[in-house]
Design a protein around this ligand. Structure first.
Ligand SMILES: CC(C)(COP(=O)(O)OP(=O)(O)OC[C@H]1O[C@@H](n2cnc3c(N)ncnc32)[C@H](O)[C@@H]1OP(=O)(O)O)[C@@H](O)C(=O)NCCC(=O)NCCS
Length: 174
């Protein structure tokens, strides 16, 4: 059964494998941590920063919660939730980020991660979430629309992995 769990030391090796798979497959729509940075001290070194993000105390970062998606001990993917709406959320990263490792895609995990993630958003008291999706990301567009995403508009965007691109903005009402 798929679960969304908070980051924890037990799954660091699984997270590293997932990050490696994402980089090896050149997934551009969601860039996790560079796997080369994940060594024995990585979890404890980075924990304070993730804790500060949850409290909105990380400079330049929206309030963010990071979850790992696991199924029976296997690392499947991740889910990120941003609970406020600064410009970075509105015009770039959106309220939600999600990914499934390439070897586990097409098995229904993406849909389940988003379903569980929307429950978490509700639990945080959110009434709606914004999803921002590259206009060419057919899988994510399909998934978002199938979960009730309502297209608002398409804006121009640019980042290191995707370059200049069109970004669709969708609202899901919770
Ligand atoms: C988007 C993503 C999370 C989907 O995960 P997944 O586990 O493959 O998705 P699922 O198996 O749950 O499929 C969900 C739906 O999308 C459809 N789908 C999957 N891949 C598709 C594709 N390439 N084109 C069109 N539809 C697709 C499935 O058929 C399914 O539709 P259905 O519910 O009508 O049957 C995954 O492709 C991924 O991690 N992509 C890279 C990271 C990313 O793009 N993140 C989102 C950034 S906005």
């Amino acid at each position: 059964m798929l679960e969304l769990i908070k980051r924890c030391p037990e799954y660091v090796e699984g997270y590293k494998e997932y990050c490696r798979e994402m980089y090896d497959n050149n997934v551009i729509y969601f860039r996790p941590t560079n796997p080369d940075y994940i060594d024995d001290g990585w979890f404890s070194r980075t924990k304070p920063w993730y804790d500060r993000k949850e409290q909105g105390l990380a400079e330049g970062q929206p309030v963010s919660f990071h979850y790992w998606a696991v199924d029976g001990g296997k690392f499947i993917g991740e889910f990120q939730l941003r609970t406020d709406f600064p410009e970075k959320v509105m015009l770039d990263i959106g309220s939600i980020g999600y990914a499934v490792r390439p070897s586990e895609q097409g098995k229904g995990y993406g849909k389940e991660i988003l379903r569980l993630g929307l429950e978490l958003a509700r639990g945080h008291g959110m009434e709606k979430v914004l999803l921002t999706i590259n206009d060419e990301n057919k899988a994510s567009i399909h998934l978002c629309e199938s979960m009730g995403g309502v297209w608002e508009d398409t804006v121009e965007a640019c980042n290191e992995a995707e370059g200049q691109h069109l970004l669709r903005r969708y609202w899901i009402t919770l």
